[in-house]
Design a protein around this ligand. Structure first.
Ligand code: C5P
Length: 250
């Protein structure tokens, strides 16, 4: 896969462009400190719902140094989602997220709203089945069958309705690439460098494995932000991916 965002660090650090660092804190000073130390070794920062609710647009603008993936996982009626996308366009996020379960009209509304930003518009990424949901939980909301089947059903729906790509588990990447080809952008959380604590992520891959499987970008939070030296942790992950894309086929 070719990273859509060119690395400013040259070929040696090409892997850094594929790393999205999740700045998962509602505390602005903490997020700014992480951004300063991690920025040189990642391609984007991911800001999520807690950060955005706590700090708003002003807090978002205070996070400088890399493009932003605004991960709000929007899910509402089409007009409301379109309004929400238009509301964040002045912040110029590079990527944003919606729930594929909002169905085609909502996804298309989000894509059309994003297009108002022109060629620099954010990528619209669809979340299929959250990794916290297993087959038993899916059954409780009326979806029978394996999780993978629902992931693929929602992935096809989302891409057909205008999503640029998907947020998916590392264990879904190979299945989605086989079914959907190289076109969709795949953004992959649930990443743990070899030996890192799993935390609440049960099904993980290493950065190198995820990129080899077909991830365009990997999302890494606590293995970077929880490290004694977040900058060094991000650099090690970037170097691991650089090794894969220069010696492997990714
Ligand atoms: O700390 P960790 O590396 O587990 O953080 C992963 C990030 O990716 C978090 O911001 C989390 O919300 C996000 N995420 C995830 N699984 C998904 C979708 C998003 O872990 N299915």
């Amino acid at each position: 896969m070719t990273a859509a965002i060119p690395s400013p660090y040259g070929a040696v650090y090409a892997g850094a462009a594929r790393v999205i660092a999740a700045l998962d804190t509602p505390d602005l000073d903490t997020a700014r400190s992480w951004a300063t130390s991690i920025g040189p070794n990642c391609g984007l920062f991911k800001l999520g719902l807690a950060f955005f609710l706590a700090n708003g647009a002003a807090g978002y603008r205070a996070i400088a140094g890399r493009p932003i993936f605004l991960d709000l996982k929007l899910h509402d009626i089409p007009a409301t989602v379109a309004d929400a996308v238009r509301a964040v366009l002045p912040l110029r996020p590079r990527m944003l997220t919606i729930h594929a379960a909002g169905t085609a009209a909502m996804i298309t509304a989000a894509r059309h709203a994003a297009e108002a930003a022109g060629p620099e518009r954010p990528l619209v990424l669809a979340v299929t089945v959250l990794t916290s949901i297993d087959a038993a939980a899916l059954a409780t909301i009326g979806v029978a069958g394996p999780v993978d089947a629902q992931v693929l059903r929602l992935a096809r729906l989302a891409l057909g309705a205008g999503a640029d790509g998907l947020v998916c588990s590392p264990l879904e990447v190979a299945m989605l690439r086989a079914a959907l080809g190289s076109g969709p952008k795949l953004v992959v959380p649930g990443i743990r460098p070899a030996g890192a604590a799993l935390g609440d992520q049960a099904r993980v891959m290493t950065p190198r494995e995820a990129v080899a499987a077909g991830a365009d970008w990997i999302v890494v939070g606590r293995p970077i932000t929880g490290a004694a030296d977040p900058g060094a942790a991000a650099a090690a992950i970037a170097a691991e991916i650089t090794a894969e894309i220069t010696t492997g086929s990714a």
